[in-house]
Design a protein around this ligand. Sequence first.
Ligand code: FAD
Length: 570
Amino acid sequence: SQSCVAALSTEEPELLKESNNGATKPDDLPIYYGRGGKYSGKPRVVVLGSGWGAMSFIKSLSRRDSENMEVTIVSLRNYFLYTPLLPACATGTVEERSIVEPVRKVLGTKGVFFEAVCHEIDPVEKTIKACFPADAEEGCFKVPYDTLVLAVGSVNNTFGIKGVAEHTFFFKSIDDAHNLRRKVSECFERASLPASTQEERERLLSFVIVGGGPTGVEVAAELHDMVLDDLRRIYPDLISLVRIRVIELQDHVLSTYDREISNYTASEFSREGIDLVLNSRVASVDANKVTVVNSQRNETSEIPFGACVWATGVAMHPLIKQLQGKLPEGSQTHFRSIVTDQYLRVLGSEGSIYAIGDAATIQQEKALSHSEELFDAADTSKDGRLQLSEVRSILRKSSEDYSHFAEHARFLDGKYGGLKRWNNMVAGLVKKRTDTPVSALGEDTELDKDAFREIIGKIDQGLRALPATAQVAKQQGEYVAKLLSSGKAKLGQPVTGFKGFRYGHKGSLAYVGRDKAVMDVPSIGPVFGYTAGVMWKGFETYSQISLRNILLVSSDWVRTKLFGRDISRV
Ligand code: FAD
C-alpha cells in the first residue's frame, strides 16, 4: 500500500545504529522504521509468520497493548490457513476461500503487514532481512526489532528419501491441497480415456498416502468419501479399480492417540476398503511407483500410483537452522527446532527473540521434578509392583507434577492396560490433590513396575517436546502476547512475577470418513463414530477465525451434502 511504500526508506540510518549502540552499519537495503517512515520510539515487535502462532499472538494483543508497541508482521503468505480442514479442502468438501483469512483483516490497526520472505535474522544487529516472495533480488528490505517473535512453523520432512520431493504431493499449504485436487481429477479423466490400458487405469486410480498420523488418515478418509459420494456416480466403470492405501512405519495408525482409537480407525478403514500397509518403510519414490520395505518380513515391494501424498511429519525450518548458527555457541543444540526457556525466549538471544509453534522447543532438563524419585521407587518396590499410595506421596510434593501427569496421559497406549485406566489413575491423583474422592481408586492399587517406569519416562519426554500442533502454537501465541503486554519481560533480564508457559492439552480429533470421527479428550477418554463426527464437524466449523468463515464452512458442508463436490479441474 501507499503508506507501506512511504514507510520504507533508506533515510535515518542513525535510528538503526541507535537501537544497536552503533554496533553495526546498515547495508544499503531500505529500512522500515515504522509507520510513516518514522521511528516512534515505542518497542518494535516484529512477528515472522501468519500461521497459528502468529495469528494467535495478534488476536490476543489488545488494541491498547498494541498502541504501546510498533508491531510489524512479515510473512510469505498474506493469509492465515486453517490447516485442520486442509484434507477436506483437497477433495472440495470445503472450498479454499472458506478456510483462509486475510492477515490484514485480523491485524486491523494493531500493526503493519508485509508479504515477504524472511531470508535472514541478524541477532546482533537486531534486524531481519526480507524480500517479496516472487522477487528475491529486488524487493528486499530490513526491519529492525527490539523483540522478534518467530512463528515460521516447520517444513516437510523427506527424511532424505530419494524421489520424495520430486514425485509426491506434500500436504501443508493451500497450494498443496489445490494441486492434489487437480491431480485426482486428472487421474480419473485420464483413466477414462479409451487409449488407457487396464494396467494404466489401475495405476492412475491407485492413491498412496505415506504417513498414518492424523493428516494421512484424514486425507485417505476424505478421498474415500469423494470416491463413494461423487466419483462413483460420474465414473461408474472405473470405481472398482480405485485403491487407497496408507503406508505407516509402525504397526498401527494414529499412534499418538489412545490405542482403542487406532484400532477403531483400522477396523473402519478395513470395512471401507482403505488398505493399511503397516510396519512399512518407504525406501524410494519414482514418478509412478513407491518402493516399500516391510520391516517385519524384510520384504520389498512396489506400489504403482496415480498420486502419492507425503504426510510423514515435519523438519526444521531453514531460517531456524540459520539462526541457530548465529547464536552463541552451545546455546542451541536441538535438531528439529529452536530451544527456548520456559518463557518462550530463545536461548542465547538475551530475551530479544521469542519462538512459538512448530519452530520451537522448550528446554527442560527434567520435566517432572520428581521423576528420578519415582524411578527409584519403582526400582526398589516389592514384587516389582508399586502401590499408588507411594506414587501419590511422591507426587504430592509438587502440584506441578500432578497437572503435568494429567496433561500428558495421552502419550500412553494399550500396552499399559489401556489409556482409560491410566487416565483414571491420573485423574484420580489430580482429584485427590483437590480433595475430590475417586471411589474407583484405592491406596493399595498397584502398578506394574516396568510399565510405570516407561510411563514416567514417556510423560517426561513428552513434556520436553510438545507436539507440533495448532493447539500448542495457539496457546504459545496467546502466552507471548500476554507476557509482552505485561511489561514483565525486560531485555537481558530474568522474567519475574510471570509464570512460565504451561501447555494445556485439550484433546485430539481426527476425521475417519463416512461422517465418523475419533476424539481423544483427556477429561472424557476416547469417543468415536457418528457422535464424534458431529462434534468434529461442529468444532472445526466454530473454531474458524471469523464469523464469515464459520458461515462459509457451514454452507460448504450443506452444499456438499446436497449437490456433491465439484470435481472439475480448475
Ligand atoms: P504455521 O501455522 O505453519 O505458520 C508458519 C507461518 O510462517 C506461515 O504463515 C508461513 O507463511 C510463514 N513463513 C514460513 N517461512 C517464512 C519465512 N521465511 N519468512 C516469513 N514467513 C514465513 N494441528 C492441530 O492442533 N490440529 C489439527 O487438526 C491439525 N491438522 C493439521 C492438518 C494439516 C494438513 C497440517 C499440515 C497440519 C495440521 N496441524 C494440526 C498442525 C498445525 O497446523 C501446525 O502445528 C501449526 O500450523 C503450527 O503453527 P505455527 O504458527 O508454528 O506454523
